[in-house]
Ligand binder design. Structure first.
Ligand code: DGJ
Length: 705
């Protein structure tokens, strides 16, 4: 049903719950057995069309498996043999819920389907929300123990946010993001096997290795064409999504927080609410899907989407732990001359932190480096006209720290197991209210007392040997730790409205919609090599908008790959996101500093397009790739084009620009040439790439009418 405004309604006659967005529609039907089943997800249909679709047969009733409709959240009872999104055990040992539909509520764009178990004191709300101007459908689940003390506790072995179902397609292909430290966000696109495919993190953070985003298509979608169903989980801890392509031709996936093997206890009166698992249908290819996600994240997730992300200078790669006040002053002055707007003091400024072996947890300035505290540096940075940022890693502690000596019981640990140190550090249990209160107070004081405008919040290791000795429900920490991190960030933002936060976890180990709801940008990867970054940024852009993608220009040879590339190429790759500089500016030649200042100025000129425009990913011939950022009203365009390697006999072919208006004319601002939109769409634009490897260019177009 075409809807200019998103709507949510329930039609008692047909038993259909319908969510309508500007370009899509999602429908659930309550079965005769009281269990909500997936009905439709795709191009807009009206109620008559939706009612005309074959009624959903309960998986529990169906004698022929191919007839059975998928559950909105599979409850483990009846003839259901796929992955169950809800797994519970009652005090008498009975497993699974058997639902009765008890009603619905609609509040604006939010719809809730109320369910309660036919025998046990368990209720669930399946929740759906649509938002103005967005095609994304947000879903989550609330589970409540409705009984009294005599009923005993209910054990929750799994509580997913939602299950999603793709329509019957000729084939199924799965796109998802894989990687590791220094190689995050690698786009993987493979035919989906007839099997259960598990995407997961068991690390306590979202992870570098998999991101809770995926897309399903029939194997024929491209950047510009084809139907795509994609989903993203708003959770920053461990998670699991199980995609099930079954032998009778159906593909569903169920996902939520926590990995397998965790158990949570619901006591009488207690409720458990999942994070949002958001879904998006787009009929115009992967590029349109990404743009719709970017719009949604800007419109409904990011705290301050319209605020320009500053050009940052971060001193980490320049100094590592070798920090002193004079050196930071010098770097700040050089950075300011280049046009940098924010100076971030990274790791090594606190406690006994002269290496990664000590001091983590002791958040007062290291005396040898900052004898009078951080104020002199903060004031100097502010005098230079920049904001002042500080790196923190609040969830972690070195065993060699005053904090650990005072509170060894604050770390995640199983008393009978050896604690595994990764990067010489342990993880604090943020689920512990005392630890959360300590972290809140420490960070608040740091910001308040030092004029801090920006926090880079890092988390450099995964959870291991997790335990919470003496706690009656120890697995809760897998949820409550993450919730405490979110809560602290929210409170810091509330208490310091101009504070901005950058999400970091040893690079891009914790980037998700939950994190982006309380941060401004994310450190994409510790790998700053521009050639590797092209792939990392391509994967990142599948879901996340460019303004959240922190990208630095650093020194050569690159610390991660040993590769040497021209400064201009490094800039052109980093300019595709929230530009930053991370090199040792004191070693840059005056020629390099001049070129850098010029490129920073050029970035600022295109920043409104990169950070607030629409992104189109382009692929040319011979290894050429590009991103095209277009203004909302088509008046201005910027293209960043890269060709890492050259081949004899191949000159770069013109690059087609399918996003342009065929009826308009465009001025190439730098060459002064004009072109028709049709020509640029169908014949392409000539690429002024210099000869040789690591060639790149910036092209700016202005609409002429
Ligand atoms: C990992 C981050 O990704 C780096 O940028 C840097 O902040 C280091 N941690 C500091 O320990």
């Amino acid at each position: 049903m075409p809807a200019t405004r998103p709507t949510a309604f329930f039609d008692p006659g047909s038993g259909l719950a319908v969510l309508s967005t500007p370009h899509s529609c999602y429908a659930v039907r309550i079965g005769t057995d009281g269990s909500p089943r997936h009905h439709y997800w795709g191009t807009p249909l009206d109620l008559a069309e939706l009612s005309g679709l074959p009624p959903a047969v309960s998986p529990a009733d169906s004698s022929f498996e191919a007839d059975a409709a998928a559950d909105e959240l599979a409850p483990q009872t009846g003839a259901r043999f796929g992955p169950a999104g809800l797994q519970v055990r009652f005090a008498d040992g009975t497993r699974g819920a058997q639902w009765r539909f008890t009603g619905h509520t609609v509040d604006g764009g939010e719809l809730r389907l109320h369910l309660s178990d036919r025998h046990y004191p368990l209720a669930a709300d399946l929740c759906y929300r649509v938002r103005a101007g967005s095609d994304v459908i947000e879903r989550w689940t609330e589970l409540t123990h409705t009984g009294g003390p005599a009923d005993g506790p209910i054990t929750v072995d799994r509580l997913d946010s939602a299950s999603w179902t793709a329509p019957r397609l000729a084939d199924y292909r799965l796109s998802h993001l894989v990687g590791g430290w220094n190689s995050e966000f690698q786009l993987q696109r493979d035919r989906l096997p007839i099997a259960e495919t598990v995407l997961t993190s068991r690390r306590g953070i979202t992870s570098h290795h998999a991101n809770p985003w995926l897309a399903v298509d029939d194997g024929t979608a491209t950047e510009e064409h084809g139907e795509v169903w994609s989903t993203a989980l708003a959770w920053s801890g461990s998670w699991r999504i199980t995609v099930h392509r079954d032998p009778v031709g159906r593909t569903t996936w169920t996902g939520g927080f926590g990995h397998e093997g965790l158990h949570w206890t619901l006591r009488p009166g207690e409720a458990l609410t999942t994070p949002v698992f958001a879904g998006l249908y787009t009929p115009h290819g992967f590029g349109a899907a990404s743009r719709a996600w970017h719009d949604h994240i800007r419109g409904h997730v990011l705290p301050q989407p319209r605020r320009d992300r500053p050009v940052v200078y971060n001193s980490w790669e320049a100094t590592h732990f070798d920090i002193d006040l004079a050196g930071q002053f010098r770097l700040a002055e050089l950075a300011a001359r280049l046009g940098t707007e924010l100076f971030v003091l990274d790791d090594g400024w606190f406690g006994a932190r002269s290496s990664d072996r000590a001091g983590l947890g002791d958040w007062s300035p290291r005396r040898e480096a900052f004898p009078d505290g951080l104020r002199p540096l903060a004031d100097h940075v502010h005098r230079l006209g920049m904001d002042f940022g500080v790196w923190v890693e609040p969830e972690m502690v070195n065993a060699d720290s005053d904090l650990f000596r005072a509170h060894p019981e604050w770390v995640l640990h199983a008393p009978t197991r050896e604690a595994t140190e990764l990067r010489n550090q342990l993880v604090l249990n943020f689920a512990h209210p005392e630890v959360e209160a300590w972290a809140q107070l420490t960070l608040d004081r740091l910001v308040r007392e030092n004029g801090v405008d920006w926090l880079k919040w890092d988390a450099n290791r995964a959870f291991t040997d997790v335990g919470w000795a003496g706690h009656p429900d120890p697995d809760r920490l897998w949820i409550d730790h993450t919730r405490a991190v979110h809560r602290i960030m929210d409170r810091l933002r509330d208490d310091h409205p101009s504070l901005r936060i950058e999400a970091c976890a040893g690079g891009g180990g914790r980037v998700d919609l939950g994190m982006l709801a309380r941060t401004d940008q994310a450190w994409t990867s510790d790998n700053t090599d521009p050639v590797d970054r092209i792939g990392i940024q391509h994967g990142y852009s599948q879901l996340f908008p460019a303004q959240t993608m922190a990208a630095w220009v650093t020194d050569c040879p690159n610390a991660a790959t040993g590769r040497t590339t021209p400064l201009r190429f490094r800039f052109h790759v980093a300019m595709a996101g929230a530009l930053g500089l991370g090199g040792d500016l004191a070693r840059w030649s005056s020629e390099e500093l001049r070129e850098a200042a010029d490129l920073v100025a050029r970035y600022k000129a295109i920043r409104p397009l990169v950070q607030h425009g629409h992104q189109h990913r382009l692929t040319g011939q011979d290894g050429v790739s590009a991103v095209h950022y277009a203004a909302d009203d088509d008046t201005a365009h910027a293209l960043l084009v890269w060709r890492p390697t050259t081949r004899f006999g191949h000159r770069p072919a013109a690059l087609r620009l399918p996003a342009l208006d065929p009826d308009a004319r465009y001025l190439d601002v730098d060459s002064g040439r004009t072109h028709s939109g049709t020509t640029l769409r169908h014949c392409g634009i000539d690429l002024p790439l210099p000869a040789g490897d690591y060639a790149s260019c910036l092209i700016r177009l202005a609409r002429l009418d």
